[in-house]
Write a protein that binds this ligand. Structure first.
Ligand code: ATP
Ligand code: MG
Ligand code: MG
Length: 550
């Protein structure tokens, strides 16, 4: 969308380029904490930071913000890399905040030497107490006036493992009466005798987010550091550290987080869904993680399109999930090959079609593409599977499918007329009996008969079978994260429907992972990774139309 007007970050960047700031260079970064899988909110941040660099001939670093040894794991690092690549982006450098632990330590020593940082022995409660409230000034810590020499010695001892977790912290010496709570002598380092996924047991002190993040940006000479609105109040501190250290002046800009209806958007909550068994892993197709959306059949292009359409705002809002579904429909409509699949089958017998006879019919793979992307062969015979819902014993008015006396076209095949049906002891319809009109073959129809309905089918002796998984919203309410109740109370317990034995066109046994198919009249589907030879599983990505009623 080149015609759209500039968003506020593009305006800032273009102004910077005009002024020759940093030689007109644009260098962004995406800084995930490897403590979970990425979700669609992260996709927005990725599309924004990588997208801006692409637009302005710049670069983007992928930087793992790995300063919390307890929650971070290599599994998450790998999944994040896979997801960013899958979305279609390439990073210039792969970095880790932990690569900078030595440098960050040196920066801290420098601030101590300037009289701008001190070691505090207070408990977390005492330190919180000193902070005061947003309307009242705080009070100085009794340790605030320690000498530079003593602070240097104590900080070195913290690093050397002399103290236990929580015994001491390093704080910046700023202003306990600042109207900005983050400026009231914030913590820079804490003691954690914990194993780190990259640095192992080398460190027992770890920098806080505010001390690690801006300095990492600066070390990498990031020009535009984009983050979400909750960091607005951190910006003053971000700038303060950089100024005091006299290092590369990266600048932070904030945009509104993405929120989407009927889902939660926080790794902490998504982790609970996984750990407490509400879903089958981070890549459960009902999850709005990138891996879940991928498994569900969303395409990278559809997610990028979605992020583009929602734009960049400075105010929080909540986006209707149907926009995301719209985007994937748009994309798959252009690319997905069409196939027939009967999800809830009953048998249709064509009584005037000879028993041993078979014929081959033809259908385009993709009528939306030029040349149809080739033609497939579709075997036809006397016995077909059709959808149970395409037959009604007592057809309603305007029901243009099958029922006693009604006629319908079989897609790519013939017009049939329903003469009779068979039921089991319980009264369920088991077979529909029809006669076909031989002159009504698709493409060479001379019958002169007009029918309103067309239904899909699969030939009984030629069909392959598959398990089909249909998904509904994972939550029953638009905003399950509203904090009024535990979000798990809003879970939709009917969000997964498994159809154990659907019949599909046989060539779908060669379906590829990651490819979308349109099952005619039924929606867009993709093969699930649970598939094995002889056991196919398909996920419904999305229905063909927005049929979901509120
Ligand atoms: P969560 O609360 O889900 O754990 P986070 O912000 O703690 O998210 P990070 O790994 O720190 O997760 O996020 C990496 C980047 O992605 C940050 O710059 C963050 O601002 C951005 N981000 C996270 N969630 C969203 C969202 N919902 N919308 C837009 N950007 C987001
Ligand atoms: Mg974070
Ligand atoms: Mg978080």
């Amino acid at each position: 969308s080149d015609e759209r007007s500039l968003n506020f970050i593009e305006e800032i960047i273009e102004e910077d380029i005009r002024n020759g700031k940093h030689g007109g260079r644009v260098h962004t970064r995406f800084p995930p904490e490897p403590n979970g899988y990425l979700h669609i909110g992260h996709a927005k941040a990725i599309c924004l930071s990588f997208g801006l660099a692409l637009k302005y001939n710049g670069k983007t670093n992928l930087r793992f913000d790995d300063t919390n040894p307890e929650t971070e794991e290599t599994e998450y690092v790998e999944s994040i890399k896979e997801d960013v690549k899958w979305l279609g982006f390439e990073w210039a450098n792969e970095q880790y905040a932990s690569n900078y632990f030595d440098q960050l330590y040196e920066f801290a020593v420098e601030l101590i030497k300037k009289g701008l940082a001190y070691v505090d022995d207070g408990t977390p409660e005492e330190i919180a107490q000193q902070k005061g409230t947003p309307t009242e000034p705080g009070t100085n810590s009794p340790y605030r006036s320690r000498s530079i020499e003593e602070n240097l010695r104590l900080f070195a001892e913290m690093k050397d493992g002399i103290y236990k977790d929580g015994e001491k912290v390093l704080r910046a010496k700023i202003d306990m009466s600042s109207p900005n709570m983050h400026m009231r002598d914030p913590l820079m380092y804490r003691i954690r005798h914990a194993h780190h996924h990259r640095t192992g047991d080398t460190w027992c002190i770890y920098p806080m987010y505010d001390f690690a993040h801006g300095q990492s940006d600066s070390i990498e000479e990031i020009t535009h550091s984009l983050c979400t609105l909750e960091f607005v109040s951190h910006r003053e501190l971000y700038d303060w550290f950089i100024e005091q250290l006299e290092i590369f002046p990266s600048k932070q800009y904030e945009f509104a987080r993405l929120n989407i209806t009927y889902t939660v958007m926080s790794k902490r909550k998504l982790l609970q869904l996984v750990n407490e068994g509400f879903v089958n892993g981070w890549d459960d197709p009902r999850m709005t993680t990138i891996s879940g959306l991928r498994r569900r059949g969303f395409t990278p292009g559809s997610i990028r399109d979605f992020c583009d359409r929602i734009g960049v705002a400075k105010r929080e809002n909540i986006i209707d999930v149907s926009l995301l579904e719209f985007c994937v429909r748009e994309d798959l409509n252009k690319t997905a090959w069409r196939r027939m699949a009967v999800l809830d089958p009953i048998k249709l017998v064509i009584t005037n079609y000879p028993e041993q006879r078979e014929e081959t019919l033809y259908g385009e793979n993709n009528p939306e593409a030029e040349g149809g992307e080739g033609i497939r062969e579709i075997p036809f015979s006397r016995e077909l599977w059709i959808e149970r819902e395409d037959f009604m014993e007592n057809p309603a008015k305007k029901y243009f499918r099958l029922g006693p006396g009604l006629m319908v076209r079989l897609k790519h095949a013939y017009i049939v007329k329903c003469d009779d049906f068979v039921t089991d002891e319980a009264g369920n319809v088991t077979e529909v009996h029809c006669t076909y009109i031989p002159e009504s073959k698709s493409g060479e129809d001379t019958s002169g008969i007009h029918v309103k309905g067309t239904i899909h089918w699969v030939s009984v002796p030629h069909a392959a079978t598959a398990e089909i998984r249909l998904y509904d919203r994972l939550f029953r309410v638009e905003d399950p994260g509203n904090e009024e109740r535990d979000f798990k109370e809003y879970i939709n317990t009917e969000s997964l429907q498994v159809l154990p034995k659907a019949f599909i066109e046989k060539d779908l046994t060669g379906a590829e992972l990651g490819r979308g198919y349109q099952f005619i009249r039924k929606g867009y589907f993709t093969m699930d990774k649970d598939s094995a030879p002889g056991k196919l599983v398909f996920n419904r990505t999305v229905t063909l139309k927005d049929t979901w009623a509120k």
